[in-house]
Design a protein around this ligand. Structure first.
Ligand code: NAP
Length: 283
């Protein structure tokens, strides 16, 4: 089985980002597009993603600033602060770490975010574009990262049977639409799927985005399938792991992404690419 490493895909995206910055006439980090990461509270998952995203932006020659708010901030206070960041001309793109605390209406924020700064595709306008197959919007970075892993490794998608386990608005559903755009034949699975094992085993490309540690073992993987693991979980020993039991699929899978070191590294690279595209759109 071949391990599909996220770092290699990220390096390719970095080259493209450098070329795009050059085309925009941006030669130094001081004048580079700026990402605003908005975090409410101190959730360890958010803080770990924030650290990864910051490191990636700096490594790609981009600017980044974190805006951190207390967990108990009121809906009104947060919206006021959010709107100020949203309208700040120095901010090129926004990454909002979610879920937000219950007192803040997330739906309102999704409607407020400027679609040309909405790098993770949470606004109704960008979601509609993903579902319409219009590439001019921003798809959620993780969903797009899965497509980038396949393309960078020259794995054909057209005509393939793709199974996506998970139907969230962040990963499963938008990814299914991106796969359809790439001419795949897509099946979406969830907790009510009757024959999960059989449906997964029938896939030529299997994407796991369920958020359940090591739930898909070799029995879920068809012979020579490509397995993309989006899951980020902690196993019984407190170690980071995916939704796929990586060691148990070696005989069945032709290729698979590891966790860590797979899709996660590509997600932040896609975020960087979106930031540069946002800069171009705002010119
Ligand atoms: P989510 O909102 O919890 O959605 C999980 C989906 O998986 C739901 O649709 C759920 O079905 C389905 N599911 C859960 N258990 C299942 C089971 N036993 N059998 C079949 N389907 C099952 O999670 P998410 O936000 O999409 O994230 C999914 C995973 O990706 C998480 O581990 C998350 O940490 C990770 N993630 C990674 C990145 C990255 O950059 N790599 C980015 C975002 C998220 P129902 O709809 O029926 O409940």
């Amino acid at each position: 089985m071949i391990t599909l490493k996220g770092a290699e895909v990220s390096a390719k995206i970095k080259e493209q980002v450098a070329a795009d910055l050059k085309a925009l006439g941006i030669q130094d980090q001081e004048h580079a597009p700026k990402l605003a990461i908005i975090r409410v509270g101190e959730r360890p998952d958010d803080m770990s993603y924030e650290r990864g995203a910051k490191k990636k932006m700096e490594n790609f020659g981009l600017r980044v600033e974190s805006y951190v708010f207390p967990q108990d901030i009121s809906d009104g206070e947060f919206k006021k602060a959010f709107q100020a960041i949203n309208q700040d001309k120095d901010v090129t793109g926004i990454l909002l770490l979610r879920p937000l605390p219950k007192q803040i209406c997330e739906k309102d924020i999704e409607k407020m975010i400027d679609p040309v700064k909405d790098l993770d595709g949470i606004s109704p306008e960008n979601i509609a574009k993903v579902f319409a197959g219009d590439e001019n919007g921003f798809a959620p970075c993780t969903a797009e990262a899965v497509i980038q892993v396949l393309k960078a490794n020259e794995i054909p998608i057209t005509g393939k049977r793709v199974t996506v386990v998970g139907r969230s608005m962040v990963v499963g559903k938008p990814l299914a639409m991106l796969m359809v755009k790439e001419n795949a034949t897509v099946t979406i699975c969830h907790t009510r799927t009757a024959d999960l094992k059989g449906t997964c085993r029938n896939a030529e490309i299997l994407v796991a985005a369920a958020g359940k540690a090591k739930m898909l073992d070799g029995g879920y993987v068809g012979q020579d399938a490509v397995v993309i693991d989006v899951g980020i979980n902690v196993d019984e020993n407190g170690k980071l792991c995916g939704d796929v039991d990586f060691d148990s699929i070696q005989e069945q899978a032709a290729m698979a992404t590891p966790v860590p070191g797979g899709v996660g590294a590509v997600t932040t690279a896609v975020l960087a690419a979106h930031l540069v595209r946002a800069a171009a759109l705002q010119r």
